[in-house]
Design a protein. Structure first.
Length: 353
């Protein structure tokens, strides 16, 4: 069931087009992430949903009802914005109670709800503290509890974890997922961190230059990106140049070998193509097996913890990175020529840009 529908939304400032042609439907209970580089329009869309920014064009519907020009307080959206600080002079409990008092809830109902929210975010013992007496992670929990307290239909979150260190960020990611499950509230989440987006989302909308480039579940976008931008933005990737073989319409020639690959009918013999392959899909060593075989020279071998990264140079002079699980201790040395294999299913072909 579609809860939120964004139709042909655009926002222009004097000279800047911040958003253009935005279409996005969000199902009730979904966790949708807006992912994209800095300046791609993520915050502008979130602010338009919250009602703090007026779109130049287009419609926002909640349950089919046009809310494009409704005041923020009439939308029943909760928000956790980066830099949207807690009230410093209010205790944790009063920060959470704030939106309930504004909505004129009765005292007993407010007390019960605050206790429920404190327990939901695991801060039962800290109700009386002031924000400055809390760690960054605890402050962020209060901000989330405050945003959820009045029971919003949708929670809007703009980079809520970006100020936290890596460990805490990962803990809070799990917390947010749990809150999403337990409350059933629809989440629209903004991040520029692709790993965070992959780990948390039901669907990701990838932004670039004010447009949604692709929308889909993380797995689909990672495995079958339709665009060069998404293939490069979501996870590490190698891009190599190739072309359609002159003598066989199903064959591609690239990195010193040839192989059959899914080609679009409009690609003609000799057409230049971009081939992509993820570092984890390049296998090294003489082990026999099927797949696309080719030779490359080791440029560099670096140990980075769980994996070893081998930088290779192909016979066509291009570089590609292969990652190997480092328990398979590798003896690859710079200058060494190695046999490489790629499962054809792991190869992507895009028209050259
Ligand atoms: N009030 C404003 N006036 C003029 N231009 C603005 C305004 N707000 C945003 N912009 C511009 O709109 C574009 C989109 O900005 P937005 O804040 O939505 O990006 P973002 O994707 O959230 O980036 P980040 O990841 O850095 O937060 C940028 O080019 C920005 O400079
Ligand atoms: Mg932003």
């Amino acid at each position: 069931m579609t809860l939120l529908a964004i139709e042909d939304l655009a926002k222009t400032y004097d000279k800047v087009t911040a958003l253009t042609g935005i279409n996005l439907s969000v199902e009730a209970g979904e966790f949708v992430t807006l992912l994209g580089p800095s300046g791609s329009g993520k915050t502008t869309l979130l602010m338009s949903l919250a009602g703090f920014t007026t779109p130049s064009k287009g419609t926002i519907r909640l349950d089919g009802k046009d809310i494009t020009h409704l005041d923020p307080e009439d939308r029943d959206f909760g928000f956790v914005f980066q830099g949207y600080a807690l009230f410093p002079h209010l205790s944790v409990a009063n920060n959470i109670a704030f939106s309930l008092k504004v909505r004129k809830w009765e005292k007993a109902r407010i007390d019960a709800r605050v206790a429920e929210m404190l327990s939901l975010v695991g801060l039962d013992n800290l109700a009386g503290r002031k924000p400055r007496e809390l760690s960054g992670g605890q402050q962020q929990r209060v901000a989330i509890a405050r945003a959820l307290a009045f029971g919003p239909r949708i929670l809007l979150l703009d980079e809520p974890l970006s100020a936290l260190d890596r460990m805490l960020r990962e803990t809070m990611q799990k917390e947010l997922k749990r809150l999403h499950r337990e409350t059933g509230v629809t989440f629209v989440y903004v991040t520029h961190d692709q790993e965070e987006a992959i780990a948390m989302s039901d669907r990701i909308a990838v932004f670039n230059h004010g447009r949604i480039v692709e929308i889909g579940p993380p797995r689909d976008l990672y495995k079958k990106p339709a665009t060069h931008f998404v293939a490069g933005f979501l996870g590490e990737n190698n891009f190599l140049s190739g072309h359609r073989a002159d003598d066989d319409e199903t064959m591609v020639e690239a990195f010193g070998t040839r192989f059959s690959a899914p080609l679009q009918p409009r690609e003609r013999p000799g057409d230049v193509l971009t081939i992509w392959v993820r570092p984890e899909h390049i296998r090294l060593g003489p082990a026999p097996g099927d797949g696309i075989g080719f030779r490359a020279t080791v440029v560099e071998n670096s140990f980075v913890g769980a994996v070893e990264r081998i930088l290779l140079r192909t016979s066509t002079g291009e570089q590609m990175v292969a990652t190997l699980r480092s328990e398979a201790h590798s003896e690859y040395k710079p200058g060494q020529v190695v046999e490489c294999r790629i499962d054809p299913a792991a190869i992507g072909v895009l028209p050259s840009e």
